[in-house]
Design a protein around this ligand. Structure first.
Ligand code: GLN
Length: 555
């Protein structure tokens, strides 16, 4: 039997950026998935970079990497964390990517004799990218989030593509949810609907009538406000959805359920709504994060700490792992540039665990290395991710193996001891975009080891995004001193995990485990790290309670 054709839901944004289109899209997808539908989410980004891989985290937050090695927008992280299904290159498309494809085709002569234009060539390519997912037969519904704000010059071709798709497929196969802001004006003590009206007008000028309005607000929308929005924006009153500020993004699906967002979407798409969503495990998770029994403080040592989005996936992984341990993880941001030998004890002394973050370039590296040394010497649970693992190797080389000046050739190309170095294949690469070791790679875990204990399996697949690697010429020296390679890529022999055996929990991973942690599937290494931090805290508290019993415990 042929399955029904895929339906499309577009999510646009008006009035202001940062209203949370990604979270609304992910929440709607979660509700539809919980009703048994097969859903995926796609993000279209109107900027000209071909992908966000070349963007500084200060520009656009973290760069999220998929299994197939695409460097993508951080919203894809939310999609995976909410839906627990992997995304791919097809789930994130930028204007740069669209133009690159069209221009390459033009150079190959595909449009020979024709003038290549925004309409129809660019809009056709946008539509092709949208329906690519729908045509796989894997989904009942594709939710496409259009980045940017309606009215921006760069989002015009996308809105035009949506207009055409609505016209071609019909309003029961293709709907638009417009996310707007209903601000509260203190002086008038009133919620104001005018910005919403204006942004809908803007959409109408571009030929698109939204079907549903989701209104971000600090206060509940009264029936009167809802009626007013409905009347002036040509939508049914029940299609005006309140999206009140939530204390956690994980509450949003539950709030949207209360507001009937999924039900309205299904009715507009003429899809049956026989089965209510099964949200029981989600509700349990949300209860866990709101009522934890334990608490730990984990230091996140990085150089982009001013910007919470720069380490988005790590922060979210701690929420998932915290819930799994019935524990609230307080993540303390520590700027690696401000850590040095003189102040390290004061900066890190109160922590129950230390995570040294991924990163690029020289800035802040010495602070990270100092933080590693503290964690190693004082037996504080330690987790190093990507550059964090590399810093652990450098620290060990310098301070345990006595290799003065050991470094990564990324930071010091002339180091006498390049314990972290570039692979031969990487040395030939001169272009920057999409050329790192990217995407999922196999890794074999050593038995017994702490990393094996955490995963419980011998073969894992984790995602990578880096150019430099542990230099295997130094491996036997490291292993003899207790820093073992407990995870190895079976095909290349590259070291993927290092752990220090004379320590309660000291693990560095060359990959990015944070990219695979979801609500349904918290990452085993984060779960273990939080558990070890809890144990460390308990021991410390016991020492304070009865200092005598602690005598003899080495610090
Ligand atoms: N800069 C390091 C490398 O390229 C680490 C990258 C990272 O932490 N993602 O190898």
């Amino acid at each position: 039997m042929e399955s029904a054709p895929c339906k499309y839901v577009f999510v646009t944004g008006g009035v202001s950026s940062s209203l949370g289109k990604g979270i609304i899209s992910a929440s709607l997808a979660k509700l539809l998935q919980a009703r048994g539908l097969r859903v995926t989410i796609q993000k279209l980004d109107p900027y000209i970079n071909v992908d966000p891989g070349t963007l500084n985290p200060y520009e656009h937050g973290e760069c999220y990497v998929t299994d197939d090695g695409a460097e993508t927008d951080l919203d894809l992280g939310h999609y995976e964390r909410f839906l627990n299904t992997p995304t791919s290159q097809a789930n994130n498309v930028t204007t740069g990517r669209i133009y690159l494809d069209v221009i390459m085709r033009e150079r190959q002569g595909a449009y020979l004799g024709k003038t290549v234009q925004v309409v129809p060539h660019i809009t056709d390519e946008i539509k092709r990218r949208i329906t690519l997912l729908g045509n796989t037969g894997n989904y009942d519904i594709v939710i496409t989030e259009i980045g940017g704000t309606v009215g921006d010059i760069e989002s015009l071709p996308y809105i035009e593509a949506v207009r055409q798709m609505k016209y071609e497929l019909g309003n029961t196969n293709c709907i638009v949810i417009h996310l707007t802001l209903v601000p509260f004006l203190k002086s008038a003590r009133e919620l104001k609907t005018k910005p919403t009206q204006h942004s809908v007008k803007e959409l109408l000028e571009e030929g698109v009538q939204p079907d549903i309005l989701v209104c971000r607000t600090e206060y509940p929308l009264s029936p009167e406000v809802r009626r007013k929005v409905a009347q002036f924006c040509n939508v049914a009153p029940e299609a005006v959805i309140e999206s009140i500020d939530a204390d956690s993004i994980y509450n949003v699906p539950l709030l949207m359920y209360k507001e009937n967002l999924d039900r309205i979407v299904l009715s507009r798409l003429h899809l049956e709504t026989t089965r209510e969503p099964d949200l029981s495990s989600w509700i349990r998770f949300v209860e866990k994060i709101h009522n934890p029994h334990y608490r730990v403080r984990i230091g996140l040592v990085g150089k982009y700490v001013e910007l919470p989005d720069a380490y988005k996936s790590i922060r979210e992984s701690f929420i998932h792992a915290g819930a799994a341990n019935d524990c609230q993880v307080e993540v303390i941001s520590i700027h690696s540039e401000h850590v040095n030998e003189a102040n390290v004890a004061q900066q890190l002394g109160q922590l129950d665990g230390i995570l040294v973050a991924p990163g690029f370039g020289h800035r802040g590296v010495e602070g990270k290395i100092t933080a590693v040394r503290y964690a190693r010497e004082y037996q504080v649970p330690f987790f190093g991710i990507c550059l964090g693992m590399q810093c652990a190797a450098i620290e060990f080389a310098r301070n345990v193996l006595g290799l003065a000046g050991a470094h990564s050739t990324e930071m010091n190309p002339d180091t006498p001891h390049p314990v972290i170095d570039m692979m031969e294949e990487q040395k030939k690469i001169v272009v920057k975009g999409g050329t790192m070791r990217l995407g999922a790679y196999e890794c074999e875990l050593r038995k017994p080891s702490k990393v094996f204990e955490a995963y419980g399996v011998e073969r894992i697949r984790e995602r990578h995004r880096h150019r430099y690697e542990f230099n295997n010429k130094y491996l036997s020296m490291f292993e003899q001193a207790g820093m073992i390679a407990s995870g190895i890529n079976p095909n290349s022999g590259l070291v993927e995990v290092m752990e220090f055996i004379h320590h309660p929990w000291f693990i560095g991973v060359q990959y990015h485990p944070e990219l695979k942690s979801t609500v349904d599937n918290p990452h085993p290494l984060f779960i273990r790290f939080v558990a070890m931090a809890m144990a460390y805290r308990q021991t410390k508290e016991a020492e304070v309670a009865s200092p005598a019993s602690a005598a003899g415990i080495p610090l």
